[in-house]
Design a protein around this ligand. Structure first.
Ligand code: GDP
Ligand code: IMO
Ligand code: MG
Length: 421
């Protein structure tokens, strides 16, 4: 049996906290896509930790964690993360496993990411510059090095061949970067990575499932950043939606039971691209300030706006979401009034579907107003304690998207979450 937790917006919905909250109910947490572009924040013993590649179940002693084949893995970031996790007393050699089919991010991928973004100029994606796009291009272009290759005696030769291909591309971009420091770090980190548990991920996970163990698939980014269904080309390079679970872990679709989709009570986006409900005004600034909306990976200010139900319903459809978890509801505590987007006015016509190419249209959100609840909710432990106005807000969302909110998160802490009903 496999359940999943994934993001329904443009990332940073609070997936890390939610995975950490549910982790004790599972035996294995498995990341199925993305790489160090992700920043998943959790609080362990009141200390903030941001995980990029290690699954967010790592702080639970009885839960083991798998980095799946669908991930692109940067050994340098992984080593740093392992050091942080170890400082909390976690033994990664006991509870972290890595698929040998996981693709590697090499230093020239980072240089290529930079070169590509520079060449795009005004049209840049706003990538995290972690080498994600180039690494996935090498996967589909059938050039990539994978974790299993580290065990091969000619790994350095394979690396040199790939680097040479990348150098040609960098020359085409007319881009120069001294990667010698990154390279030294990379080879040190590779030696470290070789000492971790490298497994045949697909057998590893299917064996657990066959033994009746409970598996939780952890997504990164959000559905609107999915390479097929997101706001292309302003997306990441992997399938962030539930389809990515099967290909990113090597499991069959009939194994998947609950798909838990995480959404903020409002909406944010970091990087370029369409964002119909964005607020470029004092209200947007207020959301950013109250929500501390700055990227967990890059520190960039996140763009803020009202919840977009057109995009949310679309994300629920694509993912087959069975439960919605709403985070950061407490951030709306101080607002007199709230808005939700119920349709897009596209070139003068009202639409309730996400269009093929958002950039080619002028989209104005059709907004419905709600009275804010205007009271503190961070201490609430039960649904009954939550204000009626918040309940009406949630009920409207349930009805619009056709899936019910099962949990409301009312603070960043592990215990700040309320089960609905
Ligand atoms: P992720 O990438 O989806 O894991 O999300 P991030 O960690 O990038 O961003 C979510 C931010 O919101 C983090 O700083 C969390 O600590 C914080 N957070 C998560 N849930 C809540 C919540 O319910 N209330 C508040 N105030 N903060 C939250
Ligand atoms: P988590 O898992 C928010 C965004 C980048 C950029 C676009 C492409 O923490 O939710 P990439 O580096 O993947 O080539 O960048 O996607 N992006 C994210 N935004 N949260 C993330 O991850 C993101 N990962 C990538 O800002 O717009
Ligand atoms: Mg994040």
């Amino acid at each position: 049996m496999v359940d999943a937790i994934l993001g329904l917006q443009w990332g940073d919905e609070g997936k890390g906290k939610i995975v950490d909250y549910f982790a004790p109910q599972y035996d294995l947490i498995a990341r199925f896509q993305g790489g160090p572009n992700a920043g998943h924040t959790l609080y362990v013993a009141d200390k903030k930790v941001v995980l990029h590649q290690i699954p967010s179940g790592v702080f639970h002693e009885k839960t083991i964690n798998l980095i799946g084949n669908g991930v692109v893995l940067d050994p340098v970031t992984l080593k740093k993360e392992c050091d942080i996790v170890a400082s909390f007393g976690v033994d990664v050699r006991k509870n972290l496993f890595i698929s040998q089919r996981t693709n590697l991010i090499v230093p020239t991928h980072r240089a290529l990411d930079k070169a590509s973004e520079l060449a795009k100029g005004h049209d840049k994606i706003g990538s995290t510059l972690k080498g994600i796009g180039p690494a996935y291009m090498d996967k589909t272009g059938r050039n990539a090095l994978r974790v299993g290759d580290l065990q091969s005696p000619d790994f350095k030769q394979q690396y040199a061949q790939l680097k040479q291909k990348h150098q040609q591309l960098l020359d085409n971009f007319n881009f120069e970067e001294d990667i010698s420091v990154w390279e030294t770090e990379f080879f040190e980190a590779v030696e470290f990575l070789k000492t971790l548990n490298i497994v045949n991920g697909e057998y590893f996970i299917n064996d657990k499932i066959a033994k009746g163990k409970k598996v939780l698939a952890e997504g990164a980014q959000g559905s609107m950043l999915d390479v097929d269904f997101g706001t292309f080309p302003f997306v990441t390079s992997s399938n962030t939606t539930s389809s990515g679970i099967c290909s990113g872990l090597g499991i069959a679709p009939q194994q998947i039971r609950d798909v838990m989709g995480v959404t903020k009570a409002y909406c944010t986006r970091v990087g370029s691209g369409p964002f119909p409900t964005e607020l470029n005004d004092a209200t947007g600034e207020e959301l950013r300030k109250l929500g501390s909306e700055f990227g967990a990976t890059t520190g960039r200010p996140r763009r803020c706006g009202w919840i977009d139900l057109v995009a949310l319903r679309y994300a629920c459809m694509i993912n087959g979401v069975t439960k919605v978890i709403m985070t950061k509801a407490d951030i709306l505590d101080k607002f007199e009034s709230l808005q939700v987007c119920t349709a897009y006015d596209i070139d003068g016509k009202e639409e309730k579907e996400v269009p093929f190419q958002m950039m080619r249209h002028t989209i104005t959100p059709v907004l419905k107003s709600f009275n804010g609840w205007n009271c503190d909710t961070i201490a609430a432990k039960t649904f009954a304690e939550l204000p009626e106005k918040m309940k009406s807000y949630v009920t409207f969302i349930n009805e619009y998207i056709g899936v019910n909110v099962s949990h409301i998160s009312n603070g960043p802490g592990r215990d700040q979450i309320v089960s609905v009903g």
